[in-house]
Design a protein around this ligand. Structure first.
Ligand code: PEP
Length: 259
């Protein structure tokens, strides 16, 4: 059992919910959370809902994340939100490089690298998303894609700067499709990611990094995913919008891990 890595369950609320709805969902999670829960829980509402969710979560252990962040502190960047601003709104974490940002907003590994550096500089813990598309998996390119995305995101970052980074392995073909990777497929990719991190920053570092799985995680598949030795948590989209379902994901049943 990997006792050295604290599990993390994160909810990505994407472009859903208004201020009232997001506040209500946060309150329901706060109410339903086991007060003795040892692992970390994170929610990532839309920028406009951060402040209200932060207020609703006051007094709870649930942490707040933005879904993205710009790399500059301030200036003429219409539509962008800076690391200092998301911190000010109560965030401790920032999701960076989500596949929807890569695909729809054409974010490259270079942009993601700048965002990662900025998040670290301003004291935010990055949740770095990586993952292959269906075409890439079918072309047997999964490992190459993961290697390239990791090398690009971490370029120029020193070991001391990446100590808090959380990785989310999210196969693009599994996001929002209801098609979850099997626990074995996910474990295989997670182990590969950990080995790449080992090459970049050494065994000690790689052994301590949390690698979350994302892609159609549900109340009824979280337990088998979490049973894998290199799966340290989940980044959850659709299922994190329903309090009862997300609470079940959060309170996954711990099973002894093989590793
Ligand atoms: C996500 O948004 O990162 C995600 C994994 O979504 P879903 O759980 O809906 O597949």
């Amino acid at each position: 059992m990997n006792k050295n890595r604290t599990p993390m369950i994160a909810g990505n609320w994407k472009m859903h919910l208004n201020v009232k709805e997001a506040g209500e969902l946060a309150l329901a999670l706060k109410k339903g959370l086991d007060p003795d829960l040892k692992h970390e829980v994170l929610v990532a509402p839309a920028f406009t809902n951060l402040w209200a969710v932060n207020a609703a979560l006051s007094g709870s252990k649930i942490l707040l994340s933005s879904q993205d962040v710009h790399w500059e502190e301030k200036g003429a960047f219409t539509g962008a939100v800076s690391p200092a601003q998301v911190r000010d709104a109560g965030c401790t974490h920032a999701i960076i490089g989500h596949s929807e940002r890569r695909k729809i907003f054409l974010e490259t590994d270079g942009i993601i690298n700048k965002k990662l550096k900025a998040a670290v500089k301003y004291g935010l813990t990055p949740v770095l998303c990586i993952g292959e598309t269906l075409e890439e998996r079918e072309a047997q390119s999964t490992y190459r894609v993961l290697e390239t995305q990791l090398a690009g995101a971490f370029a120029g970052l020193k070991p001391g700067e990446v100590s808090k980074v959380v990785i989310a392995y999210e196969p693009v073909w599994a996001i929002g499709t209801g098609k979850t990777a099997t626990p074995e497929q996910a474990q295989d990719a997670h182990l590969f990611v950990r080995r790449q991190l080992e090459k970049l920053y050494g065994k000690n570092y790689a052994g301590g990094v949390r690698i979350l799985y994302g892609g159609s995680v549900k109340a009824d598949n979280i337990d088998s995913l979490m049973a894998q030795p290199d799966i340290d948590g989940a980044l959850v989209g659709g299922e994190s919008l329903k309090a009862d379902k997300f609470l079940r994901v959060i309170h996954f049943q711990e099973v002894l891990k093989a590793g």
